[in-house]
Design a protein around this ligand. Structure first.
Ligand code: ADP
Ligand code: MG
Length: 580
């Protein structure tokens, strides 16, 4: 349980403010995260890490000399938005290039990927190394699909030390890739974690049982086992990790025993002792290990074991000094404070003035976003519960945060003098959705709104064919960014049938309302049918078995939203008919 907060929705934000207040000698707050408050060298690579909040010391606690230059910090367990990552990276940039590194989760991949495109377009050379250490989440021959858990630390540490040593972006990237390739983790949970404001944990492990292969966002384990003794647990974790070791592994390993939130340090040390004994019996030397809380999952009861298989250069960078709020090693020369404000760029928005007719349509767009907000609010809890089955339980809250922000931004945009066009209203809505929702669905919905806005443009009337173009732009944006295919068990499985039905209806000469209503029925049926699919993309993929028999949350929310839009436009039409 989390007891200390004013407003649960502001928990991550408020906690980050307090973290910065307690660590000003290390970090400064910027919009979207934290950046080092101490000097860095001109031309050094800026390692920008990040992810959702709720994992302290990951990620903000790892910002400081010898480690990360900055951290983009999302909401609880939700990716930071692309705009936040972009701003944080700009504040950290020392003109030596940026390396983005984070755990492999669909939402983070989308948002960090968009930020990377934007930074590169501005001439800030940016690369990405995604951490994939969790051996429970995919087999060895698909290691690049694995999730990132406590192995974040080894990758960040080596990359951060290499950046501090003045290595080029190519070299820092190469070392980060190698460290990730040589890092393996496996976790167990004894009970789930509870989001601030929630009454119940995201999952429970039955008494006397242990879940193997948990995620760090409250995703339940892959399989359940009777609770072992400490020696049996050590044996289980060590044997699975040794069986998964990389080619060319060598005989020196960094060992991390990581507590996930509520396992006591004494218990972690007890397990560490057993683990070290087993590793030395296997002929391995343990080098500069860590035992404590390094990547947590709120108040999850659980732990993980990580091995990093060293070679000479990785050993040097793992052992190099670091001085951050939560991770200190060796002695590094103290650095002077720097002025962060000078590195933060302001953004200006240019708005076009629409004709009164175009502004009237802009107001209708505000109404449509409001209708979407209505249906998301009604189903928020159910969507969260559906996502908790095989995901992380945040689809309801994430959609709610996104649509609240989108609806408020749409309204605000339409309130400027002279009003705003459909394109302007929907762009504002999409930007706010991406920015505030976090998560995979936030990046997808935000980007898709912006694409539909561009297709609709600033006009005084729209035909059904224009609506068809907007629907096509919306769906293309989602498939281009998310790269999911039909059958992967995502929102694409209810969206593509919707698009096809809508386009067929429009081609047959039907009105927008009739086309929407018909396509929404198709979409809702397709969403229900995703229950029979196995997830191949997104956070639910490692828990494919648990997901069978339940529909995909993103497919369901899409069906509900288009159904509501059909009803909304039909009502609008009836009202304007009555007025006429
Ligand atoms: P997160 O997965 O980051 O927790 P949400 O819970 O808000 O984000 O959204 C989950 C939904 O996102 C899934 O149910 C699925 O429909 C959708 N999704 C995940 N990955 C993709 C993708 N690559 N393309 C399209 N939709 C996706
Ligand atoms: Mg989710």
């Amino acid at each position: 349980m989390t007891q200390i907060f004013d407003n649960p929705a502001e928990f991550a934000h408020d906690a980050l403010d307090g973290f910065v207040a307690a660590n000003r000698q290390y970090v400064a707050r910027v919009d979207g995260g934290v950046v080092r408050s101490t000097e860095m060298n001109q031309g050094q690579v800026a390692l920008v890490v990040g992810g959702g909040s709720g994992h302290y010391p990951a990620f903000a606690g790892l910002v400081g000399a010898g480690l990360a230059a900055a951290s983009a910090c999302g909401n609880m367990f939700a990716s930071p938005a692309a705009g936040q990552i972009y701003r944080v990276a700009k504040a950290a940039n020392m003109n030596g290039g940026v390396l983005l590194s984070y755990g492999n989760y669909a939402g983070d991949v989308l948002h960090f990927g968009q930020a990377q495109v934007r930074l590169n377009a501005e001439g800030i050379e940016t690369r990405t190394v995604v951490v994939t250490d969790d051996i429970a989440s995919a087999p060895l021959n698909e290691w690049e699909k694995r999730r990132g858990i406590a192995g974040d630390l080894t990758v960040f540490k080596v990359a951060g030390a290499a950046a501090e040593a003045g290595l080029s972006l190519d070299e820092v990237e190469r070392l980060a890739i190698k460290t990730n390739y040589r890092t393996r983790s496996l976790g167990v949970a004894f009970d789930g974690c509870t989001l601030p404001g929630a009454q119940e944990p995201l999952f429970h492990v039955p008494a006397g049982m242990m879940a193997l292969g948990l995620g760090i966002h409250g995703e339940p384990g892959i399989s359940e086992h009777p609770m072992p003794t400490a020696s049996e647990l050590a044996q289980l974790l060590v044997s699975r990790l040794l069986a998964d070791k990389p080619d060319d592994a060598g005989t020196e390993v960094v060992v991390i025993v990581n507590g996930l939130g509520t396992v006591k340090y004494d218990e972690l040390f007890l397990l560490f002792g057993k683990v070290e004994k087993l590793l030395s019996e296997a002929g391995l030397s343990v080098i500069e290990p860590e035992c404590g809380e390094l990547v947590t999952s709120l108040d999850m009861s659980g732990l993980s074991l990580t091995l990093l298989w060293l070679d000479d250069e990785l050993k040097e960078y793992w052992a190099a000094p670091a001085d951050t709020p939560a991770f200190r090693k060796g002695t590094s020369t103290p650095r002077a404070q720097r002025s962060v404000a000078a590195h933060v760029a302001a953004e200006a928005v240019q708005l076009e003035v629409p004709t009164p007719a175009a502004a009237a349509l802009g107001l209708q767009a505000v109404g449509a976003v409001g209708a979407i907000r209505g249906v998301v609010m009604e189903h928020e809890e159910a969507l969260g519960n559906l996502d908790a089955i095989a995901g992380d339980g945040d689809h309801g809250i994430g959609m709610r945060r996104g649509v609240d922000a989108a609806s408020a931004a749409a309204q605000k945009r339409a309130e400027v003098d002279g009003g705003a066009s459909v394109a302007s209203v929907l762009t504002a809505a999409g930007e706010a959705w991406s920015e505030k929702a976090g998560g995979t669905s936030g990046a997808l919905w935000g980007t898709a709104f912006i694409a539909a806005a561009a297709a609709l443009g600033n006009r005084e009337s729209y035909s059904p064919a224009d609506a068809a173009l907007a629907v096509a732009a919306f769906t293309d944006a989602i498939t281009t960014l998310g790269k999911a295919e039909p059958g992967d068990k995502t929102m694409v499985d209810s969206m593509i049938p919707f698009r096809d039905a809508f386009l067929t209806n429009v081609a047959a000469g039907n009105s927008v309302v009739d086309s929407l209503k018909d396509a929404a029925v198709v979409s809702k049926n397709a969403a229900a049918a995703t229950a029979n699919l196995r997830p191949l993309k997104g956070r639910a993929r490692p828990l494919a078995e648990k997901s069978l028999g339940h529909p995909d949350p993103g497919a369901i929310s899409f069906g509900l939203i288009v159904e509501r839009l059909g009803q909304h436009f039909e009502n609008e039409l009836m009202e304007s008919g009555t007025r006429a």
